[in-house]
Every structure is written in structure tokens, then in C-alpha cells.
Design a protein around this ligand. Structure first.
Ligand code: TYC
Length: 102
């Protein structure tokens, strides 16, 4: 934005260089084995969802294959993905979760 050209021909940057951080969607993926209750509890635990919201998201994932858990900064999104997958693995469920740039 606002790139002025000085007499010298140098492009000057007048826009402040503060950028909004990119945001990332955390997506839950369906599988045939993870119990519905386990997914609901994970959504409540890691994404601060209410019981009702968690059930809706879980059913959406179950029916469409994928569902939105939340939108976070990269670091927060990455941490949540790792926590969910690790929690699922420790309980021997194949539940997968992924992150996608908005
Ligand atoms: N499809 C699973 C079942 O029928 C339930 C499930 C829902 C699994 C959402 C994963 O992200 C998921 N038990």
C-alpha cells in the first residue's frame, strides 16, 4: 500500500510494517473407530466447547468428514493439534486433527 516514488526512484514504504498474524483453522477429521463420546470430550477439553457445541461439531464431522474446531494463531493451533492427536494415541484411537491457513 501507499508505495510513493521519490525523485531518486526509490520506493518508499509508508504503510506501517505491523502485520496481523495469519490465523489458522483447526479441523477435526472423521474416522470409523474413535468413539463419539471421546471426540465430544476432546472438543470440550481442548477447544473450550460446551456439551451442545461439542456434540454439534462431532456430528458434523461424523456426517461430512471434517469439522471446524476453532481459529487460532499458528502456535496455538499447532499446540492444540498436537495435544488432540497425542491424547487420542494414548487412548489408542485413530482420531486425527489438522491445521489449515485461513
Ligand atoms: N465416526 C465415528 C464413529 O462412528 C465418530 C467420530 C466423529 C470419529 C468425529 C471422529 O472426528 C470424529 N464412532
Amino acid at each position: 500500500d501507499n508505495k510513493g516514488i521519490e525523485k531518486s526512484g526509490v520506493l518508499t514504504q509508508t504503510r506501517p510494517k505491523t502485520k496481523k498474524p495469519s490465523m489458522y483453522k483447526v479441523l477435526m477429521l472423521n474416522d470409523d473407530y474413535t468413539p463419539m463420546d471421546f471426540v465430544v470430550l476432546a472438543l470440550k477439553t481442548y477447544f473450550q466447547k460446551s456439551e451442545e457445541e461439542a456434540v454439534q461439531i462431532m456430528l458434523n464431522v461424523h456426517q461430512t468428514g471434517v469439522g471446524l474446531c476453532g481459529v487460532y494463531s499458528f502456535e496455538v493451533a499447532e499446540t492444540k493439534v498436537m495435544q488432540v492427536i497425542d491424547h487420542a494415541r494414548r487412548n489408542e484411537h485413530p482420531l486425527q486433527c489438522t491445521l489449515e491457513k485461513e
